[in-house]
Design a protein around this ligand. Structure first.
Ligand SMILES: C[S@@+](CC[C@H](N)C(=O)[O-])C[C@H]1O[C@@H](n2cnc3c(N)ncnc32)[C@H](O)[C@@H]1O
Length: 279
């Protein structure tokens, strides 16, 4: 195996370990949805704002009743359960974390949607899915972790049926911002992302793969309150002493909350939504 392949494998192991070992931290600080919230014209609690992000992506992607959705990087399955409960979809969620997969199955059973939501413990870079069998490839905040985002978009085009949609929410590098930008590097290191792609790159990869982009939005102003809330939570008096119990990687992750807030504020990073369909 070449050194690049080795580095990729070791990164994927670190990502799996991160989500395996931080399950409690994630659920305590942010709940079952592990993605940004979307604050529209209202001041709602984070949990509602997170559901608003899911609802917004579903609306933009035209997810209607009873579609077959592949949720790549499904976390604890909260968006998948939303799609099953609110849109009557049949969802297969994929996560690289074994601990997440077990918890997601437990939450599915508890909420009575285990017949409509399957969880698979697998790598998004090697999806065992037949050509043209999926109505919607749904990805919220997972592509950041993949080394070869372009190949993922090509694979998406292969597995979608004609008329199927690619629905993506993702952390992005500004279009003219180099990968070497220090805040981008800081975010990538703290959150185990080999790179962040720009909105322009995603659009170009869709184009090349034969997917027609129907929607590309910058949601940064509506999502960035996420980090103010998380930073406020990490500064609570009972949390500060716990910091010294955390290992280096987890401390770097928590320190990354400040870095990402700065990256949004300075405009080097944005939060994008993209929908593209297969003709
Ligand atoms: C920030 S979480 C988002 C989770 C979920 N989409 C949500 O919105 O609640 C990132 C997810 O991507 C998954 N992930 C990262 N790299 C992956 C890979 N190579 N294959 C499959 N899942 C991956 C993680 O296990 C985690 O579930």
């Amino acid at each position: 195996m070449g050194s690049r392949a080795n580095a990729g494998l070791s990164l994927r192991k670190s990502i799996a370990r991160h989500y395996d070992s931080l399950a409690l931290l994630y659920r305590t600080f942010w709940g079952e949805h592990i993605h940004h919230g979307l604050w529209l014209a209202d001041d709602v609690p984070p949990r509602i704002a997170q559901e608003q992000l899911v609802a917004h992506l579903a609306e933009r992607a035209g997810v209607s009743g009873a579609e077959r959705v592949l949720d790549v990087g499904c976390g604890y399955g909260a968006p998948a359960r939303w799609l099953a409960n609110q849109r009557d979809c049949r969802v297969t969620g994929v996560t690289i974390s074994g601990a997440q997969a077990r918890l997601a199955r437990r939450y599915n059973a508890r909420s009575g949607c285990d017949e409509r939501v399957d969880i698979v413990h697998a790598d998004a870079a090697a999806l065992p899915v037949r050509c043209g069998t999926v109505d919607v490839v749904w990805v919220i905040e997972c592509l950041e972790h993949l080394e070869d985002k372009r190949s993922f978009v090509e694979e998406t085009a292969r597995i979608l049926r004609p008329g199927g949609r690619f629905a993506l929410c993702t952390w992005q590098r500004g279009d003219a911002v180099p990968e070497s930008e220090p805040l981008i590097q800081g975010v990538c290191e703290a959150f185990l992302c080999p790179s962040l792609a720009s909105a322009e790159e995603y659009r170009a990869w869709c184009d090349c793969a034969g997917l027609k982009v129907s929607c590309s939005e910058d949601l940064t102003p509506q999502v960035r309150a996420t980090w103010d809330i998380l930073l406020e939570r990490t500064r609570r008096p009972w949390v500060a002493p716990l910091r010294w119990l955390l290992d280096h990687e987890v401390r770097r992750f928590v320190d990354g909350f400040t870095t990402i807030a700065l990256a949004y504020a300075s405009g080097v990073m944005s939060y994008g939504l993209l929908v593209a369909s297969k003709p």
